[in-house]
Design a protein around this ligand. Structure first.
Ligand code: SF4
Ligand code: SF4
Ligand code: SF4
Length: 307
């Protein structure tokens, strides 16, 4: 199954229907049909004028690194927030590759994917890219689906799990409870296990959820365990930014302490219209998305496809 087919399979019926309708309409038809949901460029004047918004300047990675060091200093109490500037995501998937390198997952699962959707709203190709990983929900359905000692929320907001206990039917229950399919049950398979030369990097030891793990088949530790993004908690705890953030080629990812008014995430979200997915389910996500469009481009309202 291709990534595109996988995205389509996972898409809720309403979203699939939305894109099906878009596909059957021309640019004018789309604008007429969806009104303010999809604004043609000539309608931009009619849209509410956005307030002047802060854009990051200087070395953004260095700034976030300094924010991180302040956030984990003695006496600090960070509240992690991941912010995606969807205007800047170029769909390169570098973050997905970095995530896989940092958090070994097999071919059957991934902590992160970049959803790509083509929209027929312009004579030129028009694509939306939306990176997606665990939202670290403050009211997480996955946690509610299993006993309390299998999944927990850290004081900084990260949802972690016990890979030794969240296994089998419990891991399946947590996976099924997640509305964005951000948690999967590892099947223990590696990409190269049935090739003439299985690669050692696939069975290296790594730390996740605070414990050392390995994909070595003989250990059997990973197979059957629930797995998901942890905001790279093993890196954060030693003062290193999440792999997807430090790798982002488009400069589309921000990460930091929402409790720190001087942090970059606080600055770039100040007064900005952001999309917090699945709010109607009360998830309270810690991954949020810019909703503004670049000047002179059609505006796509996230709520056209999402709740
Ligand atoms: S996004 Fe899914 S896996 Fe992550 S905390 Fe929320 S419900 Fe759980
Ligand atoms: S924070 Fe870490 S685990 Fe989560 S998507 Fe980014 S690289 Fe993957
Ligand atoms: S690395 Fe950045 S620009 Fe590339 S797909 Fe990921 S979020 Fe988008």
């Amino acid at each position: 199954m291709t990534p595109k087919e996988d995205d389509d399979r996972r898409a809720p019926a309403a979203r699939r229907d939305f894109f099906k309708v878009l596909g059957s309409l021309g640019a004018g038809g789309v604008t007429a049909a969806f009104g303010l949901k999809v604004l043609g460029s000539r309608n931009l004047e009619a849209a509410p004028a956005p307030p002047p918004l802060a854009e990051p300047t200087g070395n953004v990675i260095l700034r976030m690194q300094q924010d991180l060091e302040r956030a984990i200093s003695p006496g600090a109490a960070p509240s992690w927030l991941m912010v995606v500037d969807t205007r800047k995501c170029i769909g390169c998937d570098s973050c997905t590759v970095a995530c896989r390198a940092e958090n070994p997952a097999g071919p059957g699962g991934a902590f992160r994917r970049v959803i790509k959707k083509e929209l027929p709203i312009s004579a030129r190709p028009w694509v939306i890219y939306k990176p997606a990983n665990c939202l670290q929900c403050d009211d997480a359905p996955c946690m509610r689906a299993v006993p309390k000692d299998m999944m927990w929320k850290r004081s900084d907001g990260i949802v972690e799990l016990d890979p030794g206990r969240l296994r089998g039917p419990y891991a399946q229950a947590a996976a099924q409870a997640c509305p964005i399919h951000a948690l999967h049950v590892d099947d223990g398979v590696t990409f190269t296990q049935d090739t003439p030369q299985p690669q050692a990097y696939e069975s290296r030891t790594f730390v996740e959820n605070g414990v050392a793990q390995s994909r070595k088949p003989e250990l059997g530790a990973i197979a059957g365990a629930g797995r998901k993004c942890t905001f790279c908690s093993h890196l954060l705890d030693v003062g290193v930014l999440p792999a997807c953030v430090s790798t982002c080629l488009g400069g589309a990812m921000y990460f930091g302490d929402a409790n720190d008014k001087n942090s970059l995430v606080s600055e770039v979200t100040q007064g900005r219209r952001v999309f917090k997915g699945h709010q109607n389910q009360g998830l309270k996500p810690r991954v949020i998305y810019f909703e503004e469009s670049m000047p002179g481009t059609p505006h796509i309202d996230c709520s056209a496809c999402h709740s």
